[in-house]
Design a protein around this ligand. Sequence first.
Ligand code: TLP
Length: 343
Amino acid sequence: MKYIDLRSDTVTQPTPAMRVAMANAEVGDDVYGEDPTVNHLEALAAEKLGKEAALFVVSGTMGNLVALLTHCGRGDEIILGDKCHTFRYEQGGMAALGGIVPHTIPNQPDGTLRLADIKAAVRPDDAHFPHSRLVCLENTHNVCNGSPLTSAYTTQVAMLAHSRGLRVHVDGARIFNAAAALEVDARELVKDVDSVTFCLSKGLCAPVGAVLCGTADFIAEARRARKVVGGGMRQAGIIAAAGIVALEEMTSRLAEDHARARRLADGLAALPGVRVAPVMTNIVYFNLTQDAKVTAAEIGTRLAARGILLPPRGVYDFRAVTHYWIDDEAIERTLTALREIYA
Ligand code: TLP
């Protein structure tokens, strides 16, 4: 059976063009800097994000960790949102491996951090406190309905942080979704920040990998941090080849995923007892109201029986994510199945 997998955009299989590119990739030992395909991917990524240099890493989690380890020393503090992936879903790697202190402030519903909250969180120079070193933003913001952060907002945060001697890192796992939604170049969204990680293996369909971008000096240090966490890969051109296809062919089609996410949301909103959050990119959060006639668990099980993977994420809550392998028919089949379950 061909599954309709709405659990995440991380489930995306590589495209046929990626499989060909991987089979034919020219490779070398990347720890020696000798893998031409990795070097090509890093140059291309730096160019697309408007940064001097880039570093191919295994995952978004590793890209963020390496960035944090490079920006901060032990006992330094990072200001970040309480709903951001780096705080919630990366096992506290910054603290566990880097001795870095997370200082959380509330994420607003649109994924932003209030400038006043950032200002108040910066520590004064006082021996009681850690040094504040970094502000982290997430774009798009996964848990905050996949909302894109604008270039104007990011610039304001960067100006504030830089005026206090802090740097800014963006977890841009889905930065190209943000660029598509805002109809701007991804470069524009990160032009004033010091570093950005973006993922190749989500909506861009590559099987593995993320890229960290920043200044040449920063990336040289980050290369050391990647090595110490075991991320020095050897003939990594095999997977970098798919990343090149991801950057060249997959970024310009993401608006299609956003349109399908909206279509799914419209269909869901028409079901009784379903509340749908605003949809800005490829992520659709919805939940059952307490008077709904079916439980979330039942919906998950009955959808799975029809080949649709959309397990609930709590007693009432769901997250559906559209991507390259979810076409119009998959959206229609999902809505038809839900209508049947409701009937
Ligand atoms: N997100 C995954 C899960 O970990 C929740 C998903 O299914 O959405 N930053 C953001 C904003 C992310 O959403 C993710 C993955 C990561 C970083 C980590 O990327 P990977 O999985 O490559 O380590």
